[in-house]
Design a protein. Structure first.
Length: 426
């Protein structure tokens, strides 16, 4: 019988229950297993998991422990197993290609690669230009959404389009390739989800998508080497490291990670955020009437969604965290959603509060591998709701939500009905 959320509140926490945290079937039905995380934080903040369909690993659920682990990258490395997936062991390599990337590099290589692109996301002048682009793009997308749907539509569409537009522009990817590149990138990240998978297995999906992405990015990388533009592909194509140029495969892999991370996480926060505002009409009206609260509300949407379910860390030396001794070679799964609902840091952590502060969530990670595009993500989400909320007179869910079935938390379909305020519509 399939697990239900109530099953975590009673009886022994067996391995079959614990692996719900890395089981796409459970995520698709119920989302992340927060009742499990709640109990683990109280009873076993670091627990050993031994299941026949997965490598042995430690599950880490407390905010303080995850912070300590994530800020010691030479002790707890990314190179190795990146994530765990109960549905298909061939997906254990995570993002897929057997190529060093920003996601699976450790110091000092990680810093030398990350610095190549980090400045593009953090420069104040660039941010101002991005904000103008995001505001205009959000306006056009919402114009089209509210006028073409006759009072109904799937909110995933404009949310996804805004994110693809933002990341495609930063990368310098020609617009005609945005949707196709995103489809291939999803086939890597969602390699166990039949909706996105390209092939019968996760490994086959990853291999097929890799070939497609190489075909898209290959001509672009070659062109940017001799004719650079103001974009990230140009930066990567012409990058000089101590040991020479970046390999072509690494340029593509970095670009794919930026595309996937920038689109999937952000559009899912937008979607989950709108669903919560629909479920609490009073909050939606309050936020609409007080848009100065939007930065706090966006931060709460990010905490509440906690888009990345977990990441693994690979132990490089014998070490102790709290009362637990780890051995070199151990694998840890740090549970970001659990860290962002830790009752030691958050008052009423399972309540969605648009004015929550402080809000020390770890939804974007922390330390060496903190999300590159976290500030761009925040600005995208603000731009979307700044444009959407004033136009909505009423809004309700128009049918069942469909959850994602992979490492990213969110919905693949959000059907809504809405009435538009004619005085606020452009």
């Amino acid at each position: 019988m399939a697990l239900q959320p109530k099953d975590f509140t009673e009886g022994e926490l067996t391995a079959d229950k614990l692996v719900a945290a890395v089981d796409p079937d459970y995520w698709e039905a119920h989302g992340f297993p927060h009742p499990l995380f709640d109990r683990l934080r109280k009873e076993s903040p670091i627990v050993r998991v031994e299941h026949p369909d997965l490598p042995k690993f430690w599950m880490v659920s407390k905010n303080r422990d995850i912070r300590e682990i994530s800020t010691q990258p030479t002790v707890f490395g990314n190179a190795g197993i990146l994530n765990l997936n109960l549905a298909d062991a061939s997906a254990l390599v995570g993002v897929g290609f057997d190529i060093p990337s920003l996601l699976n590099m450790d110091p000092p290589d990680h810093q030398s690669h990350r610095v190549l692109v980090d400045h593009r996301f953090q420069m104040a002048e660039v941010m101002r230009h991005d904000d103008q682009f995001l505001a205009e793009t959000a306006r056009l997308l919402i114009d089209d959404f509210v006028r073409s749907g006759e009072g109904s539509g799937d909110f995933v569409a404009p949310a996804q389009e805004l994110s693809i537009s933002a990341i495609g522009r930063i990368l310098g990817l020609p617009k005609e390739h945005w949707e196709e590149a995103f489809r291939f990138a999803n086939a890597v990240a969602a390699s166990t989800d039949p909706t996105y998978r390209l092939g019968e297995t996760a490994a086959e999906s990853i291999a097929t998508a890799a070939g497609g992405l190489m075909e898209i990015f290959g001509p672009l990388v070659d062109a940017r080497k001799t004719d650079p533009k103001d974009d990230l592909v140009s930066v990567l194509a012409r990058a000089q490291l101590d040991d020479g140029d970046l390999r072509f495969e690494q340029v593509v892999m970095h670009a794919v990670l930026i595309l996937l991370g920038g689109v999937e996480t952000t559009r899912n926060v937008m979607g989950v955020g709108l669903v919560e505002l629909i479920r609490a009409p009073g909050l939606r009206r309050r936020l609409t009437e007080n848009l100065d609260l939007l930065p706090l509300a966006v931060e709460e949407m990010i905490r509440w969604t906690s888009p990345l379910g977990h990441m693994c860390r690979n132990v490089r030396q014998n070490v102790r965290i709290g009362d637990v001794e780890f051995q070199e070679g151990d694998v840890l799964a740090v549970m970001w959603p659990s860290a962002s609902r830790d009752e030691d840091l958050f008052d009423s952590p399972h309540e969605f509060r648009i004015d929550r502060q402080p809000n020390p969530h770890l939804a974007f990670g922390i330390g060496e591998h903190v999300c590159l595009g976290r500030q761009l993500a925040r600005r995208q989400i603000r731009a979307m709701f700044q444009e959407l909320l004033p136009r909505l007179k009423e809004c309700e869910l128009a049918g069942p939500l469909k959850r994602a079935r992979f490492l990213i938390n969110g919905y693949t379909h959000i059907p809504i009905n809405f009435d538009i305020d004619p005085h606020k519509d452009h």
